[in-house]
Design a protein around this ligand. Sequence first.
Ligand SMILES: Nc1ncnc2c1ncn2[C@@H]1O[C@H](COP(=O)(O)OP(=O)(O)OP(=O)(O)O)[C@@H](O)[C@H]1O
Ligand SMILES: [Mg+2]
Length: 339
Amino acid sequence: MATLFVDRRRVILERRTGRLITARSHATQPSPHIGSTPRLVAVGGGKGGVGKTFLSSNLSVALAKLGFRVVAIDTDIEGPNLHTWLGVGQPKASLADFVAGRTDSIMPLISETVVPGLGLIAATHGNLAAAQPSAERRIELLRQLRTIPCDFVFVDCGAGAHPANIDYFLVGDEGLLVLHPEPTSVENTYTFVRAAFYRRMQLAMQKHDVRERIREAMDQRNERGIRTPLHLLREIEQIDPEEGQRFVQSMRSFRPRLIVNEVGSTEDIKLGFSVKKVCKQFFGIEVDYLGYLNRDAQVLDAVRHKTPLLDAHPDSDAAVYLRRIARKLAEAVPLPAAD
Ligand SMILES: Nc1ncnc2c1ncn2[C@@H]1O[C@H](COP(=O)(O)OP(=O)(O)OP(=O)(O)O)[C@@H](O)[C@H]1O
Ligand SMILES: [Mg+2]
């Protein structure tokens, strides 16, 4: 896809509206692509420290460098650091302002980054006594993310299967699931996939008793003995065949994409295929294996220098694999036309 590389315009952000506009077009004329809905890419995972923020930040950078307008948002209010990966010091505004009701619009929260075309909504200076938004506020936030006039929004999620993290993960058109090649991470990945799956199904079902049955199934030791999504499906079909059909449809559209980060051997690379197989065989859930990244000391060096890896070490191993994954994500979205 050679055309992906043609557009390296300098793009800046208009702070008030959050519009991404090109500097060359004299800062008033929106790009032709502005106005369409962005593709939301959520980056989550069952375990802390596996590289979710590294990937959210640097995939955002990679796509911005391909000419897309991108906004990355940190939803990890209790442990925010996306801004550091993107080389932004202490942003003046952050998601915490939206959570605390200091603003009702997320547009003024978007700050510029060192990368043209890439905006950031940081999660700094949160009120640690009440860091997470209420459910209503979260729904409003997720609604507004779809209205940001750009091509991609990257949602960096906190670790684990907490309901807030799962909801952020499920908002994505794409859900990238990051894991490490180690048993603890694999175990937590299955827990996360299961939790995300059940939550997604609960949201998709219309009847109260069906939603209740899903809630019961979320308890791994439930007395009905429901242990797998396929078993749950059989139960739902018995309650209401129409809901059963809806369940199957939602099940088909739930397709997280795996990224194995910090691989060190061919065995590690194969892990993505085994996780995919287990998800299918034991849960009946399809996951894609999107790719892997090598363990690379340049990643730590880049974050130490508070510089995106793709700027600090563009030829490093990890940067090469990152760009490969970014190109796969880019396939879903047409590149905005050049001015
Ligand atoms: N491919 C890699 N090679 C080497 N080190 C890496 C790689 N990916 C991530 N790291 C290191 O792993 C650490 C954790 O990364 P990161 O902060 O992205 O994880 P996280 O999943 O977002 O963590 P948390 O759950 O706390 O939010 C970083 O310090 C980074 O240097
Ligand atoms: Mg993180």
